[in-house]
Design a binder for this molecule. Structure first.
Ligand SMILES: NC(=O)c1ccc[n+]([C@@H]2O[C@H](COP(=O)([O-])OP(=O)(O)OC[C@H]3O[C@@H](n4cnc5c(N)ncnc54)[C@H](OP(=O)(O)O)[C@@H]3O)[C@@H](O)[C@H]2O)c1
Length: 333
């Protein structure tokens, strides 16, 4: 049987999704965004990727976060998303906020990596072709490039916006000094930095400790958390061993060596606190990031619609008592 044409749920913005303003900009982002780093590559089942994308759209999770080399193979998450655009989302393009990035290794040779003008411009053109898009909503410099003059990277971002190939630009994982320079450079050219993307979760507090969260707020820049679930550690996934279909079982990006008895004990304690709040551990971990109004959104990955549905409910309760916060801090100390 031929699949029927996709038509999103008419209740998608009444589903419980909440939006937050991104820094001092006109952009509102859903508190939960969907990351396509894993589970959307050509090694994955298209039907599952499609179902997750539909679930997201049907619930108002309209921000999809990609990068040139997400997959595997490199580029294939964007190709999958391009297929989803063609099959389902094209009529709804203006409801979507799609981001991609360049800066990590993508194609061989010196021009396929880092943040030269050469790489950023060529990579974005490739991304647009793979995703069947005329423009992306947000384009990131994926990481700080210590060799390329920062002015060159930032001017490339300015020119990308002026060319109409991206509506906004952002930076990811920049050290504070480089971020400060970027915010000023971009603002002075009337292409303000929309957002900073950084790793932030219950187990990794760096953006707080390094002042990145305050700095973004002071500059009117949003902050979006990546890996808010610590790649799955901050979920029920690893409370009773390592499931065969889990990211950790692949021993690539998430190694089993992190699941020490001490780490396991922390996760068990966190899970107990989450249960007392009436949340799953994943929901509490996402809510913990969202308790902070300097945070615009969390980009969580998922390998199934069930996980996405679980994560979606995190938005129902993002408030914590002082005692809960203390218990969480003690659990991970
Ligand atoms: N800027 C950067 O450099 C950068 C770096 C990394 C990521 N990112 C972005 O951030 C996104 C999220 O990162 P991430 O994939 O590491 O995110 P994450 O949200 O910390 O972890 C996602 C993984 O957690 C598990 N999971 C999710 N929800 C669950 C639930 N409710 N119950 C049980 N397990 C659950 C799944 O693992 P299983 O697959 O094991 O089921 C899923 O693949 C990426 O897709 C990407 O868009 C950006």
């Amino acid at each position: 049987m031929i699949n029927p044409l996709y038509s999103p749920s008419p209740d998608r913005y009444q589903s419980g999704v909440k939006f937050r303003r991104c820094g001092r900009s006109g952009v509102l982002l859903p508190e939960l965004s969907l990351g396509l780093w894993h589970n959307f590559g050509d090694v994955n089942t298209f039907a599952n990727s499609l179902q997750m994308a539909h679930f997201a759209m049907d619930h108002g999770i309209v921000h999809f976060d990609l990068a040139n080399n997400y997959g595997p193979s490199y580029g294939s998450a964007e190709e999958t998303f391009g297929q989803i655009m063609k099959k389902s989302f094209a009529p709804f393009r203006d409801e979507l906020f799609i981001s991609t990035k360049a800066g990590y290794d993508m194609w061989p040779g010196p021009y396929g990596v880092w943040c030269s003008r050469k790489n950023l411009l060529a990579s974005l053109d490739q991304s647009l072709r793979r995703m069947n898009l005329d423009y992306v909503d947000l384009f990131y410099s994926h990481r700080f490039d210590p060799q390329t003059p920062l002015e060159e990277t930032l001017q490339a971002l300015v020119d990308i916006v002026r060319s109409g190939k991206a509506l906004y630009v952002g930076i990811s994982k920049y050290p504070p000094q480089a971020a400060e320079f970027a915010y000023k450079y971009l603002k002075d050219r009337d292409v303000p930095c929309l957002i900073y993307q950084g790793r932030y979760n219950i187990l990794n507090r760096e953006p707080e400790q390094e002042g990145i969260l305050d700095q973004a707020k002071e500059n009117g820049v949003g902050f979006i958390c990546f890996s808010p679930l610590a790649q799955g550690l901050l979920t029920s996934r690893y409370l009773n061993g390592i499931p065969a279909d889990s990211r950790m079982a692949k021993e690539h990006f998430l190694k089993s060596s992190v699941l020490t008895p001490e780490m396991h004990a922390k996760l068990v304690k966190l899970n107990e606190i989450a249960a007392r709040r009436g949340q799953s551990l994943a929901q509490m971990a996402l809510a913990w990031c969202l308790k902070d109004d300097r945070v615009t959104s969390v980009i969580a990955g998922a390998s199934s619609v069930q996980q996405l549905a679980d994560n979606f409910k995190a938005m129902e309760n993002t408030a914590f008592s002082e005692q809960e916060l203390q218990e969480i801090d003690e659990a991970v100390r």
